[in-house]
Design a protein around this ligand. Structure first.
Ligand code: C5P
Length: 292
């Protein structure tokens, strides 16, 4: 096998809690994560040149080591000790960058999964996850996908019961939010209102969509500077359009609403698209087979 195409799914945070600041500057987190059908496509081709080359359908997207997909390939060879072969990475990007949906991390995860499948199928999954964590905090989760609790920096994973069938309407306002800047605004020990992580896990186990929706909670929303107020405007609009609930994903600015009913979700997406340019309809990715 010389070529492989993989889907790199976006993720949404059903919950995001910040437990404490760590001596290494990172934060210990507890996040219930969900992969969704909005996805990039990553094609890996082994070549006879000695170089790692990358191209994408997005003008201006770095295709050198600033791109996490390229960094993942370099790390894979470094950490496994395999002699680097020539590699061509083609990214068809649909997940917006700097959105809180782990687009870059998901591409990196797809590169790691793909190189393992092409070159080293015997590499244990734990080792792949360890290499993923060297690239970024969300990469280990993106390697596994589906519904999972991510703890520690994001690298300690527990697979959860799959999310019940639902529709997401996802909307990204037109500004980036810097993740380190937002972490800098949080005093972990002063957070009063936290997600009910255990309640979310129990709701998933019961397959109770209303209870899952009721427990969406991202602690970053409470420290969001006023200049990002559009996030709350989109949340309010999603609720007015019939979402069971709505929340910001990760460090934003993407906001999503959960709908039980596909036709209501389609109508909401159409209405939102008239006000905010970037809106998508997506479903939960519910099984690991979907994610490979
Ligand atoms: O690991 P990654 O490079 O994705 O993290 C980006 C930034 O987010 C880090 O430099 C850090 O400021 C912040 N971060 C954090 N705690 C985490 C994950 C990320 O403080 N668990």
């Amino acid at each position: 096998m010389r070529e492989l195409t993989l889907k790199a799914y976006a993720k949404l945070n059903l919950t995001l809690d910040i437990l404490r600041k760590r001596p290494d500057g990172y934060h210990d987190l507890a996040m219930v994560m969900q992969s969704v059908s909005l996805a990039d496509e990553v094609t890996l081709t082994l070549t006879d040149t000695a170089a790692i080359r990358c191209e994408s359908n997005v003008e201006g997207l770095p295709t050198d080591e600033r791109n996490l997909a390229v960094r993942a390939a370099l790390r894979f060879f470094q950490e496994t000790g395999l002699p680097p072969t020539g590699l061509h990475i083609r990214l068809v990007k649909r997940i917006p960058s700097c959105a809180g949906m782990a687009g870059g991390s998901s591409d990196a995860a797809a590169v790691l999964r793909g190189l393992r499948a092409l070159l080293l199928p015997s590499l244990p999954m734990e080792e792949l996850l360890r290499i993923g964590a060297l690239i970024g905090s969300d990469v280990p989760y993106c390697i596994c996908g589906t519904t999972a609790l991510a703890e520690g920096r994001g690298e300690r994973l527990t697979v959860l019961a799959p999310m019940p069938a639902a529709c997401f309407v996802i909307c990204k306002p037109d500004f980036p939010i810097s993740t380190p800047e937002l972490f800098g605004l949080v005093r972990a020990d002063a957070i009063a209102d936290r997600p009910d992580t255990a309640g979310m896990i129990a709701a998933l186990e019961r397959g109770d969509l209303a209870a899952v929706a009721a427990r969406l909670h991202n602690v970053f929303e409470a420290v969001l500077p006023e200049k990002y107020g559009e996030v709350f405007a989109i949340k309010r609009r999603l609720l007015a359009l019939g979402a069971l609930n709505a929340a910001m994903s990760g460090s934003g600015p993407t906001v999503y609403g959960i709908f039980a009913d596909r036709s209501a979700a389609e109508a909401a997406q159409a209405a939102l698209s008239r006000e905010w340019g970037q809106c998508w309809l997506a479903q939960p990715v519910r099984s690991a087979e979907d994610a490979v």
